[in-house]
Write a protein that binds this ligand. Structure first.
Ligand SMILES: C[C@](O)(CO)[C@H](O)COP(=O)(O)OP(=O)(O)OC[C@H]1O[C@@H](n2ccc(N)nc2=O)[C@H](O)[C@@H]1O
Ligand SMILES: Nc1ncnc2c1ncn2[C@@H]1O[C@H](COP(=O)(O)OP(=O)(O)OP(=O)(O)O)[C@@H](O)[C@H]1O
Length: 281
């Protein structure tokens, strides 16, 4: 059996919509932190031009899977005469706002860049990543980050507290596109500073729109607060919500009480991606 590689989830510890660009995309300020909940991927060599996947997310065709698209992009850019089969153990909920698909793509780029000896720099991988999705670059960057633009201008935040969180998925999927195109979304918020964030400005400005359209998300937030969880907020465009607890035991106790069909996990913030290697620049 070949080695397996993690594709961890991210949380947005803060998210503000600052402006809308002429191409419709939104300029954001956000803070990314990884967590210790991850998909797992296995890679096996195939002849040139063959790209396949097993065990992937339900309802996503093989050709549309971000990990397959990432492998194809890297093979093209690196002129690689080899294909790959990707076996995936999918743990992270889709449309959860925790970047599962993006992380699968980033892990694929990092691992195949090593296995295929394509030798692309982190910046070159991030360029490929940006073309696949707004959340891919941070997983390649590999460190907790303050992000601006659509998430591609990143600045490391290495000293964030690696808090214990309860992460709750209300078993619904929120379309990122739907939220960003909602007419009622406030598209202009004043930018804040990193120190304002560190001082407690952790609002996600997508939250009110998501809660109004998806009452189950609002109920999830109230439920976490009722169970003593602090700083409860939405991650990304949802549907997952999360908040802070004192330690792993408290996180497990609250997570175990989540009423079905909701799912909850006790997780911990991590300031480094598990595949981050400072020697790879
Ligand atoms: C909300 C976040 O999760 C925060 O980390 C990301 O910015 C979303 O990243 P993502 O899921 O990779 O999103 P994409 O697949 O690139 O975009 C989905 C759709 O959301 C809208 N979109 C997304 C990101 C952004 N900054 N502005 C947007 O307007 C666009 O309509 C786009 O077509
Ligand atoms: N390997 C994959 N895993 C999950 N989704 C994938 C994958 N490949 C492609 N997708 C597509 O990407 C969409 C977004 O999936 P993802 O899990 O990244 O959402 P998310 O958690 O909301 O992320 P984000 O925070 O980036 O919005 C899915 O609805 C699916 O159609």
């Amino acid at each position: 059996m070949s080695e397996s590689y993690p594709a961890p989830a991210k949380l947005n510890l803060m998210l503000r919509v600052i402006d809308q660009r002429s191409d419709g995309y939104h300029e954001l300020q956000t803070v990314f932190q990884f967590i210790d909940l991850a998909d797992r991927l296995w890679f096996s060599s195939r002849p040139a031009g063959q790209f396949s996947r097993s065990g992937g997310p339900k309802g996503v065709a093989e050709a549309d899977d971000l990990s397959i698209r990432a492998a194809q992009c890297l093979a093209e850019v690196g002129a690689v005469r080899e294909g790959v089969h990707i076996r995936m153990e999918k743990i992270l909920p889709m449309g959860g706002g925790i970047g599962g698909g993006s992380s699968d793509a980033a892990t694929t780029l990092i691992v195949l860049n090593r296995l295929w000896r394509t030798g692309l720099s982190r910046a070159e991988l991030m360029e490929i990543g940006t073309s696949l999705g707004a959340d891919v670059p941070v997983f390649l960057f590999g460190r907790s980050a303050w992000a601006e633009g659509v998430g591609e201008r990143l600045q490391a935040l290495d000293a964030l507290q690696e808090s214990h969180y309860v992460l709750l998925h209300p078993q619904i999927s929120v379309s990122t596109r739907e939220i960003f195109t909602a007419p009622e979304l406030t598209r202009h918020h004043a930018p804040i500073t990193i120190s304002a964030f560190l001082g407690g400005a952790t609002e996600n400005t997508l939250e009110s729109v998501v809660c109004a359209r998806y009452p189950e998300v609002h109920r999830s937030i109230l439920w976490l607060r009722d169970h003593g969880v602090r700083d409860v907020r939405l991650t990304g465009s949802g549907a997952c919500v999360f908040g802070v607890v004192a330690d792993a035991v408290a996180a497990q106790q609250v997570a175990a009480l989540a009423p079905p069909p909701w799912r909850a996990w006790a997780v911990r913030g991590r300031n480094q991606h598990p595949l981050y290697d400072p020697a790879e620049q």
